[in-house]
Design a binder for this molecule. Structure first.
Ligand code: NAD
Length: 499
């Protein structure tokens, strides 16, 4: 089968038995194209009965896929990577239409998605090995060995900010380990997993091994509760993650991976290279319209460089942050996901002003020519807030940088850790010893020293505290998609038991 990117969404947004399809359901949701802010399709919401049908298909297809060798599964995943690269530009354009992000960013997401399939396909044979274990009496009497076996069906649920990449981060390790998948994307960005499905089929993933359902929370609940789903992998907000963990223990007890929200910090000491810190603070706040879970909206700046940093970051933002049609090459800030989300961000700007914040630039809705209907926002840089302000405490998930002055290392570590989140953190200093010392004390799953928002497929990604548990993107992630079976072998006949 050959992959051809669709010209519209008319082929259906479900994926079953290796094909795009649709379902009959009494309720639908609007599919909105963020770039233009218009409804472009209606999608049926999966009922519990539909979820049951899809899970049963995945369950029936899994054993044969799980019994293929890791080497053979790896070969298929390398073909997936090749097909993603071959169709990178079409996929990037779809990602822009699905999410509203600038095309230059969408290209990075697609390229890294191909790498993810190569990584998990490449390591599968080496990593999915058991151990041989010596027992008392030596190998002439008894031995034990372990096998890493797939769970079965993995129920995956995704957020809307990286629709293709989030799906790939879950699906690549799940398939490499020999599991099958039922994926539920966010209703705000439902198309990307279906395109991935067509690529998987074209690469040789057997029918039924990868399936996509659609809907809101109810479909997610039915997936988490289904008895044939053996593990749940979730990306989304803390509130939904808490519910997912509870739901996944209602009918049977499932392991759950939770990739949740953040309220990260970037700490800039006064011995930093200011221009380099400015570049990192831009990356830490304004990628993907600020809709990045690891974003460091709390930018702590040591008082000695507060004035020079503030002046430089406002200048850089004014020069670089071109808001516009995300399909244009020179656009750096595209559309927010939808009107409701934009209003939420504007609400945080308003609350910041009411709590003494001073908006140094941006902070307002804009209507770029040609795409006036989308939810566009000129990124804000705000100063003058205390740590108690609502915008400083809560995840905004939008392009609002908050500059917070500090005096000492002890003080800033305590303030940085004073949050229930723990996804990421950054430290800037000309003194690397201090960089390592502070990194060790920050309560976050990823810490960046003199950089920010790097993401590599071999490096663990995930949160401390309420930002979740479990990791994506690394060797451990592949292992976490298997369960270990221990096998005892009696090598010679014996009657020496307790009875
Ligand atoms: P969300 O929690 O509203 O929705 C995420 C997904 O969960 C959607 O598919 C939604 O339909 C589904 N869902 C909602 N309630 C559910 C339930 N009870 N059971 C099962 N599924 C349910 O989050 P969102 O608005 O889509 O995404 C934004 C949030 O995701 C932010 O907090 C962001 O930080 C976080 N996020 C985290 C990561 C990470 O890797 N840590 C990555 C991206 C986004």
């Amino acid at each position: 089968m050959v992959f051809t990117a669709p010209s519209d969404l008319s082929g259906g947004l479900y994926f079953l038995n290796g094909k795009r399809t649709t379902v009959e359901a009494s309720e639908t949701f609007d599919v909105i194209e963020p770039r233009i802010g218009k409804v472009v399709a209606q999608c049926p919401k999966a009922t519990a009965q539909i979820v049951d049908e899809y899970v049963k298909v995945a369950s029936a297809a899994q054993p044969e896929w799980g019994e293929t060798t890791a080497l053979d599964r790896g070969k298929v995943l390398h073909k997936v990577a090749d097909l993603i690269r071959e169709h990178a530009e079409e996929l990037a354009v779809w990602e822009v239409k699905t999410n509203g992000k600038p095309i230059y960013e969408a290209r990075c997401d697609i390229a890294s998605s191909a790498d993810t399939f190569d990584f998990f396909g490449g390591i599968a044979t080496a990593v999915l090995q058991g151990d041989s274990l010596e027992l008392p009496g030596g190998p002439s009497q008894r031995i034990a060995y372990t096998r890493r076996e797939p769970y079965g069906v993995i129920g995956c649920i995704g957020a809307w900010n990286y629709p293709f990449q989030t799906c790939v981060w879950k699906v690549a390790p799940a398939l490499a380990a020999g599991n099958s998948v039922v994926y539920k994307p966010s209703p705000f960005a439902p198309a990307s997993p279906v395109l991935l499905g067509e690529i998987l089929t074209a690469a040789g993933v057997p029918d039924g091994v990868y399936n996509v359902i659609q809907g809101e929370g109810e479909a997610g609940i039915a997936l988490c509760e289904h008895q044939l789903v053996a593990k749940v992998s979730f990306t989304g907000s803390v509130a939904s993650g808490e519910a997912v963990q509870r739901q996944s223990a209602t009918k049977n007890v499932k392991p759950v991976t939770l990739e949740l929200g953040g309220k990260s910090e970037l700490i800039i000491f006064d011995d930093s290279n200011v221009q380099s810190a400015v570049a990192a603070a831009m990356l830490a706040n304004f990628l993907n319209q600020g809709q990045v879970c690891t974003n460091a909206t709390r930018v702590f700046v040591q008082r000695g460089i507060l004035a020079s940093f503030t002046e430089a970051i406002v200048k850089e933002a004014n020069e670089k942050l071109k808001v516009g049609d995300p399909l244009f090459e020179d656009t750096r800030v595209g559309a927010n996901i939808n009107e409701g989300h934009l209003q939420r961000i504007l609400g945080y700007v308003e609350s910041a002003k009411q709590e003494g914040g001073v908006v140094l630039r941006g902070g307002e809705r804009v209507h770029p020519e040609g795409v006036e209907g989308g939810a566009y926002f000129d990124p804000a840089i705000i100063t003058g807030l205390t740590d108690e302000a609502k915008a400083v405490r809560e995840e905004i998930f939008g392009a609002c940088m908050l500059i917070l002055p500090f005096d000492t290392e002890e003080e800033v570590i305590a303030r940085a850790n004073n949050t229930t989140y723990g996804l990421a953190a950054g430290v800037f200093s000309g003194n690397l010893a201090r960089g390592h010392r502070v990194a060790a004390r920050l309560q976050a799953g990823t810490v960046f020293i003199n950089t920010y928002n790097d993401t590599e497929v071999n490096v663990p990604f995930g949160g401390f505290k309420n930002s979740g548990h479990g990791r994506e993107n690394c060797i451990d992630t592949l292992r976490a998609h298997t369960q270990t079976k221990a096998i005892y072998v009696n090598v010679q006949d014996t009657t020496e038991h307790c009875f």
